[in-house]
Design a protein around this ligand. Structure first.
Ligand code: HEC
Length: 151
């Protein structure tokens, strides 16, 4: 009886270790393969990634403003990554980006504009809640797409 139980728990243990090992090796790779790949010319890719780095800078600016109780900095950082930033993207590049990508991208810029307008009427916690909500789209888009250079 005890021998059987011991064997059973041992095999369960082996199974779970194997399962975790499998997930560890293949789990993430599988996720990466699930992203949709967008091919862009090197300079287009650089333009999009440059915009991404500005978005990150914008988020940092908002956090910096909040940490110093300087809502002017929060406002300027949010509007700095608003719709105005996306306007100079050329039509040829726009045509290469999938609809959902553009929707999520524009959504993020619009949300930062909306936030900039609302900043004076919000407290720190409400601003953080807004930033958290906006960043759900950053995360969702990063999980869905990757950008490669077209040959
Ligand atoms: C519309 C889709 C989309 C949205 C929205 C988005 N990103 Fe990205 N971002 C991407 C893609 C695609 C990449 C490239 C990933 C890859 O090729 O592996 C990227 C890359 C980046 C990078 C790396 C840049 C580099 O130089 O390699 C940063 C930083 C970044 N994003 C920040 C942000 C932040 C912060 C937000 C939200 C405020 C955001 N992104 C919103 C799609 C998006």
């Amino acid at each position: 009886m005890w021998k059987k139980l011991a064997l059973l728990s041992l095999s369960l243990w082996v199974l779970s270790v194997a399962f975790i090992g499998y997930r560890f090796v293949f789990g993430n790779a599988h996720e990466v393969d699930k992203r949709m790949q967008i091919s862009l010319a090197p300079e287009e890719r650089e333009l999009v990634l440059g915009e991404m780095r500005l978005l990150l800078k914008g988020v940092k600016g908002i956090i910096n403003g909040l940490s110093q109780d300087d809502f002017k900095v929060v406002e300027a950082s949010a509007s700095g990554v608003g719709m105005a930033m996306a306007q100079d993207v050329n039509p040829a590049l726009m045509a290469k980006l999938p609809m959902t990508f553009k929707k999520m991208g524009m959504g993020v810029h619009q949300s930062f504009d909306d936030l900039a307008v609302k900043v004076p009427s919000l407290n720190q916690k409400q601003i953080l809640t807004e930033v958290d909500r906006i960043m759900t789209t950053c995360v969702a888009c990063h999980e869905t797409f990757k950008i490669v250079e077209s040959k």
